[in-house]
Design a binder for this molecule. Structure first.
Ligand SMILES: C[S@@+](CC[C@H](N)C(=O)[O-])C[C@H]1O[C@@H](n2cnc3c(N)ncnc32)[C@H](O)[C@@H]1O
Length: 287
């Protein structure tokens, strides 16, 4: 069967099913089924054999049922690394890349920085930091044992790829790293932040496939950010940096939370690459 015609038909199926990026996803699934390295390699293939066609058809059917693309391919690219993901763990999002960029820039010139990624999920932020910040020691904390299984798998892959080991901890952000009080250079987090009162229902890929513990965070969506703030004031050294992702509706409420808590200086909110409010940063005064 002709590849181009098959991918075009799949694009129409995915578009009719309400998938956001039907053309991209139809090509990504073809790349996956054919075992190609990159989308442009599709230009080198004319035909799908019978087995490839059956495998492709099955994946397109599941994608049309709104199973996340990354659950079907089994992985996601995040900054310079590849992470394994699937049922039981939150799929890393591109907007978190801008959050990591801020931390990487801020750590430039800090000698052997000591960092923690709270609410690490698949290890997204922690493994990116270990990959990009020379000399960093990175801890990663996750409350959900099922998610931490994915973190462990990714940890093994990253060490095989030559990155420094990230130290994994099962537990809640609020109790993170007892014994490290007042010593950390960076506390960073992409925590759950969807308000239970949120009127806009997220896409089926999110509500049906991301774990609930990764999404919901109380009536105002700030419950876990409050835990992260409390952990950060305990863990950071004076002058240490807090970087926390939030929803595009929390560009005022997240910085206000830090103002009210007190002890934070240089509180700033930032936009992501799509120009939406996305993360707050602040320095711990040591007060
Ligand atoms: C939005 S997901 C983000 C995962 C990862 N940081 C990323 O960007 O891909 C939030 C993660 O926080 C975890 N989590 C929720 N409450 C937590 C808590 N109190 N302490 C630690 N982790 C928590 C969830 O299990 C989930 O893996």
């Amino acid at each position: 069967m002709n590849l181009r015609t098959t991918v075009q038909a799949a694009t129409i199926r995915l578009r009719d099913a309400g998938v956001d990026s039907p053309d991209h996803d139809a090509r990504a699934l073809a790349v996956h089924v054919l075992g190609l390295a990159k989308p442009s390699d599709l230009l080198l293939v004319d035909e799908l054999d019978e087995h490839q066609l059956a495998a492709y058809d099955e994946l397109v059917t599941r994608r049309a049922a709104r199973v996340p693309l990354q659950h079907l391919t089994g992985s996601v690219g995040f900054r310079y690394i590849e992470l394994e993901v699937g049922p039981g763990v939150f799929v890393p999002r591109p907007e978190t890349e801008s959050v990591v960029q801020f931390a990487v820039d801020a750590l430039t010139g800090v000698d052997r920085p000591l960092c923690v990624d709270l609410c690490t999920g698949s290890g997204t932020i922690a493994f990116a930091l270990a990959n990009e910040v020379p000399g960093a020691t990175v801890h990663a904390v996750e409350r959900d044992p099922e998610a931490l299984e994915w973190t462990r798998r990714n940890a093994a892959n990253r060490v095989k790829a030559g990155d420094p080991e990230v130290l994994l901890h099962l537990g809640s952000a609020e109790d993170a790293l007892p014994g490290f009080d007042g010593t950390l250079d960076l506390v960073i987090s992409n925590p759950p932040y969807v308000a239970t009162t949120e009127a806009h229902i997220p896409d089926p890929e999110v509500v049906d496939h991301d774990p609930g513990i990764a999404l919901w965070a109380g009536e105002d969506g700030l419950d876990v950010i409050r835990l992260v703030e409390r952990a950060a004031r305990r863990l950071l050294r004076p002058g240490g940096l807090l970087v926390v992702e939030h929803s595009d509706r929390q560009g005022r409420s997240a910085p206000a939370l830090l103002e009210r808590a007190g002890g934070w200086s240089e509180i700033q909110d930032h936009k992501d690459y799509a120009d939406r409010d996305r993360y707050v940063t602040a320095r711990w005064s040591g007060a």
